[in-house]
Design a protein around this ligand. Structure first.
Ligand SMILES: Cc1cc2nc3c(=O)[nH]c(=O)nc-3n(C[C@H](O)[C@H](O)[C@H](O)COP(=O)(O)OP(=O)(O)OC[C@H]3O[C@@H](n4cnc5c(N)ncnc54)[C@H](O)[C@@H]3O)c2cc1C
Length: 417
């Protein structure tokens, strides 16, 4: 069913009882051409592009819980392509371009809002680093603007831009095309569009073993029985190393908790995304009015998907340096998700030592913005059994050969753990 003004009006006459479910809940088939493990944005986008662009007909997405219930539904939704290194810059800007047309492509409003992402600088050295990054972005055809102190003040009037904070703001790097989107809508939009192309979405179906024969994948064992497959791709975020272990290899990945929290809703007070340069903190405002805030990783490995107080305390201390009024706001909720941190801070989208078994992971804390491009290149990698030009550098053997893609603090901080 196409969503449109007409279908909305038509359904209003039947008191909205005529809407079809957005996707089916089929019984698993005995065999699929391709199985994608992980029903987050990345897995669902991969299935959609496999069906849409590569003509693969017999696909299943296997999700142990409910779709979008992993990091896709837990993140703070920042979308940007402000990277220094070519491999990352080109990949993330392709992603940003796909975001710009995603609602039309999927016929589903993902509420992508290009309200800009502003990285604040607090020292001369940081200013130099940001200007260098902005120049590199512009060479790659990506928008970047340096804002001086006065321009930052005009853009974010409630920011404390005085000399009072311990690290006063001196300027900021702005990417205007960056912004935020509605996270769960992305999972639902891809699920609905993939299902319309014949993809089976199997929820409450956990992959518990990878079956192989003579070095080639044969299918997966699940809590609903064995499902055969010609090819298997995994997009399981914080559980990537567990699935790799099932396939018989290890990865240079550590799993850490990342938290986020929201305040009570208030009137519109900030119309961009701001990141603090002197600590790990960033903030935007949701359409409901809540201030959405994030901070640092936990410094120890964990699979607990819950928040904790020390990181929250650190993040709110940074918040109050930037926006003193926050001390009077109540916090509504905080939560956590598991990050698969690679040792260079860049993702792995790659073939693996097991034939016909592919991996999409290592997103650190930046994979939401990658969702469309990740699905796009992962689908290509599976369909052609070789990487697309855009993900050739994200091969897992780069760690073996020393060809790491390390943004050195311009993206995720690789040594944060
Ligand atoms: C607090 C927080 C803030 C973040 N902020 C941002 C941000 O602002 N911008 C940004 O770009 N990124 C951000 N991220 C990172 C981003 O959320 C992730 O990188 C991205 O959502 C990963 O998507 P995914 O589809 O790979 O994973 P997920 O959405 O986690 O999907 C993986 C799915 O695999 C399933 N699964 C796992 N094991 C199995 C199994 N054995 N069998 C079947 N299914 C399995 C899980 O249940 C899960 O649903 C943040 C993350 C967190 C937690």
């Amino acid at each position: 069913m196409k969503y449109s003004f007409l279908s909305l009006a038509r359904n209003a006459f039947s008191h909205h009882r005529g809407w079809m479910p957005a996707w089916d809940s089929p019984v698993p088939k005995r065999h699929y051409d391709v199985i994608i493990v992980g029903g987050g944005g990345h897995g669902l986008a991969t299935a959609y592009y496999l069906a849409k662009l590569h003509g693969v007909k017999n696909i299943a997405v296997v999700e142990k819980g409910w779709i979008g219930g992993g990091n896709t539904g837990r993140n703070t939704t920042l979308i940007r392509s402000n990277y220094l290194l070519d491999t990352n810059a080109r990949f993330y800007d392709w992603s940003l371009k796909l975001w710009e047309t995603m609602s039309q492509e999927l016929n589903y409003n993902v509420m992508f809002s290009q309200r800009g992402v502003l990285n604040l600088a607090h020292t001369d050295a940081q200013q130099d680093a940001y200007i260098r990054r902005g120049n590199a972005m512009r060479i790659n055809g990506i928008d970047a603007e340096w804002l001086d102190h006065k321009q930052v003040e005009e853009m974010v009037p409630l920011l404390d831009s005085s000399e009072r904070p311990r690290y006063p703001v001196i300027g900021g790097l702005l990417q205007k095309r960056g912004g935020v989107a509605r996270h769960d809508a992305v999972a639902w939009g891809y699920a609905r569009a993939a299902n319309a192309l014949g993809v089976d979405i199997l929820q409450n179906c956990e992959c518990i073993a990878i079956k192989q024969e003579s070095g080639k994948v044969r299918g997966i064992e699940t809590n609903q029985g064995f499902i055969g497959a010609g090819q298997v791709g995994i997009a399981v975020a914080g559980h990537t190393s567990q699935l790799a272990r099932m396939a018989g290899f290890t990865l240079p990945i550590e799993s850490h908790l990342l938290q986020a929290f929201v305040s009570e809703p208030v009137k519109p007070i900030i119309n961009t995304v701001v990141t603090y340069g002197a600590g790990h903190f960033y903030m935007s405002q949701s359409d409901k009015g809540e201030l959405v805030m994030g901070g640092d990783l936990d410094f120890y490995n964990s699979y607990a998907q819950r928040g904790n107080m020390p990181v929250l305390e650190h993040a709110t201390a940074c918040a109050m340096q930037m926006f003193p009024f926050i001390s009077r706001l109540r916090m509504m909720r905080h939560w956590g998700g598991i990050m698969d941190m690679t040792m260079d801070g860049s993702p792995i989208i790659s073939k693996t030592p097991l034939q016909n078994f592919y991996i999409d992971g290592g997103w650190c804390y930046g994979g939401f913005k990658a969702t469309p491009a990740s699905g796009w290149v992962f689908a290509h990698t599976i369909a052609h059994d070789e990487p697309h030009e855009l993900n050739r550098g994200f091969n897992m053997d780069r760690f073996e050969h020393g060809r790491t893609i390390d943004e050195k603090g311009s993206g995720p901080i690789p040594n944060a753990q």
